[in-house]
Design a protein around this ligand. Structure first.
Ligand code: GDP
Ligand code: GDP
Length: 483
């Protein structure tokens, strides 16, 4: 038992790499319009033929953190330009010393100072270099722990794609006093590899971990009318940086809102649907409208926040929504709202949890939290809970461990003999994530089903959760006949 816990702990994490703050950090800094975000996209593999780089200078970018790798070295990249909201007109020092930018730099292991080789040396480049000479974070030298030295900085002279002029264009930047300037072209990619060769000499080798590529988290706020969806939405938005975007390929009124926290983007899907609700008529139509719209939001989500009104209790509609969430295979949190409006004694909490666990049985694996969108109570916890649920939703378990748990589970309590026949479960493997989907190979199927009762399947599900976790996510079970 305890060795299993140990193995689970040492398993590769499935959280996105840029959130593993143990990864080394490369910070990109430079005056506006020199091509920082183009270089950023190069380093993080986000560059797609110029499609995501805006031509307009000074645009606030919503993605500041990314992940890169070079010759097996993994690192995070931060575009401090995405954090520096104003340009450096006026007093460069004052606008530079923005908390987030300084924070990013202070965490950095290597800094890339990007300049524009076609524009040539600019007074702001000089000002930045001067600032950096004083402000560059210092780290202990490996040999003598009581000595520090500034972290390495490389000057990347961007827009030097011309094979003839490029090298000459770069020469001018020797005067910044940070050593040899490196001609690069963010657009063409030339020279970037040479810089990366140097960068990785300063960072530890962190091996690949198994991660899911798409690190955005789509969140649907679900619940019947008046449970407090739009109140919660406003609470969540009130506390974070917000980017509103239309959803391509859907009706114009499906508006998603993105939040960014610690380099992770959370997209609240169809916020218009949440706000629109208040205008919808009561009665049958509104029920149809609610379920229909909710279903589409569930489909597009990774995690659903199912809001329950603790004053009203659980209604049929809540159950219907819970079932939709399970069918769609989405992670879920049950949020019991209006907790401020409940008269509480020392048993209220336990009773409420029991009640929800019993009535909302399809979501028995979900975390439950009692919140108040009105007062903000525990709202700040929600995104952490979302992270946990998402991690479980994306988890992958090694086959050997799954089979060990299967053997134990069947060993304790073998499938019952039904009509002289007994199901045999031979082996198991994980077919996919989001949600975790397990295929169990067994002896015989009767009309497509294993010879297993529903209660035995629930037993399997329970035992696997006891052994392996999966809080916050449904598990899909598929039974196949072994040939
Ligand atoms: P940032 O403000 O420093 O992040 O700069 P951007 O990455 O947004 O780029 C500013 C402008 O420079 C855009 O018009 C880019 O197309 C252009 N640009 C970026 N990299 C290169 C490059 O390597 N060569 C050339 N010629 N133009 C570039
Ligand atoms: P929606 O229809 O699900 O979007 O619900 P709203 O956010 O519009 O809220 C419906 C009503 O419930 C409004 O009168 C809110 O003020 C109220 N409400 C929302 N959240 C809370 C809460 O946490 N506590 C209390 N007491 N009332 C709330």
């Amino acid at each position: 038992e305890s060795t299993r816990q140990q193995r689970l702990r040492t398993m590769p994490a499935t959280i996105p790499r840029e959130r593993q703050t143990s990864l080394p950090l490369v910070a990109i800094i430079g005056r506006p319009n020199v091509g920082k975000s183009t270089v950023f996209n190069r380093l993080t593999g986000r560059y797609k033929g110029g499609a995501i780089v805006d031509d307009e200078p000074g645009i606030t970018r919503d993605r500041s953190y990314g992940r890169g790798s070079w010759n097996g070295y993994n690192f995070r990249v931060v575009d401090t330009g995405g954090l520096l909201l104003d340009d450096l007109e006026g007093d460069p020092f004052r606008s530079l010393i923005r908390d987030q930018c300084v924070q990013a730099m202070s965490e950095a292991d290597v800094i890339l100072l990007v300049t524009d080789g076609q524009a040539g040396l600019h007074p702001q480049d000089v000002a930045l270099a001067e600032y950096l000479r004083k402000a560059l974070p210092r780290r202990p030298t490996p040999a003598r722990s009581n000595e520090t030295k500034p972290i390495p900085l490389y000057v990347c002279v961007n827009k030097c794609e011309s094979p003839t002029k490029g090298i000459t264009q770069a020469q001018e930047f020797w005067s910044l006093g940070f050593g040899e300037p490196h001609p690069v072209s963010g657009i063409q990619g030339t020279g970037v590899g040479d810089v990366l060769d140097k960068v990785v000499t300063h960072i530890p080798w962190v091996p690949d971990v198994e991660v899911e590529d798409d690190e955005e988290v789509n969140i649907a706020i679900i619940g019947r009318p008046n449970v407090g969806k739009s109140s919660l939405l406003n609470r969540l938005l009130g506390e974070q940086r917000v980017i509103v975007s239309d959803v391509p390929g859907t009706t114009r009124d499906a508006i998603d809102v993105e939040l960014e926290r610690q380099g992770r983007v959370y997209r609240l899907v169809d916020t218009a649907g949440i706000r629109r609700r208040s205008r919808v008529l009561a009665g049958q139509d509104s029920e149809f409208y609610m379920v229909n719209r909710a279903e589409r939001a569930i489909e597009r989500s990774d995690v659903c926040l199912l809001l329950i009104d603790v004053v009203q209790g659980i209604a049929d509609q809540d159950l219907k929504l819970a079932e939709k969430i399970v069918e769609a295979g989405k992670a879920c949190l049950v949020l019991c709202n209006k907790w401020d409006a409940v008269d509480k004694d020392d048993k209220t909490y336990d009773k409420a949890v029991d009640y929800i666990r019993t009535v909302l049985y399809p979501l028995r694996w979900s975390a439950i939290e009692f919140i108040s969108a009105k007062t903000g109570q525990r709202v700040a916890r929600i995104l952490d809970m979302v992270d946990e649920a998402v991690e479980q939703h994306r988890r992958r378990i090694p086959t050997s461990l799954l089979n060990e748990v299967l053997r134990e589970t069947v060993g304790i309590n073998p499938p019952p003999v039904v009509g002289g026949r007994q199901a045999k479960l031979y082996y198991i493997h994980q077919a996919s994530t989001r949600p975790p989907t397990f295929i169990v190979f067994c002896n015989q199927l009767s009309s497509g089903q294993a010879l297993l009762s529903d209660s035995y399947k629930r037993y399997l599900d329970r035992k696997f959760r006891e052994a392996l976790g999966f809080k916050g996510t449904p598990i899909r079970w598929i039974f196949r006949e072994k040939r």
